[in-house]
Design a protein around this ligand. Structure first.
Ligand SMILES: [Fe+2]
Length: 140
């Protein structure tokens, strides 16, 4: 599986995990919610790390100024989302941080929204452009 296919598959899994967590949330104890949130955090951060550390790094190695512009542009557009995601997970990193369920619910919904939009942008144009550039240099 190439890197772009791996990332697409991760998007599907992340969306499924988010939907499952959202619907289970009302019945989860703080301990269980924190445990499941920890799993989602690990998956999201690993994914974001792969996008920035692997995909963008590959794209930056394509000897074509357009590919490098694209990589620069996406690094710049992804960065604020990554910062937002990291700040969400550091705010809600303990059982006690989940006591105020209403605030958590609001921030969680916002995170799901932000991630959903990022996924849409990536799958809308960015990934297919990456595939074209990477195919040109024989990375599949
Ligand atoms: Fe992504």
């Amino acid at each position: 599986m190439n890197i772009v296919e791996t990332l697409r598959q991760e998007h599907r899994k992340l969306k499924e995990a988010a939907v499952a967590f959202s619907s289970a949330l009302p019945s989860l104890s703080p301990a269980e919610a924190a445990r499941r949130l920890g799993e989602i955090k690990a998956a999201v951060l690993a994914h974001v790390g792969r996008e920035e550390g692997e995909l963008l790094s590959l794209l930056e190695k394509v000897p074509d100024p357009q590919a490098q512009n694209l990589a620069r542009m996406y690094r710049a557009t992804m960065k604020p989302v990554t910062v937002q995601v990291q700040s969400f997970f550091s705010r809600y990193s303990s059982e006690s941080s989940l006591q105020d369920r209403a605030s958590f619910q609001r921030d969680w919904n916002n995170l799901v929204d932000v991630l959903g939009k990022r996924i849409q942008v990536e799958e809308g144009q960015f990934f297919s452009a990456c595939e074209r550039y990477l195919a040109k240099v024989g990375v599949r």
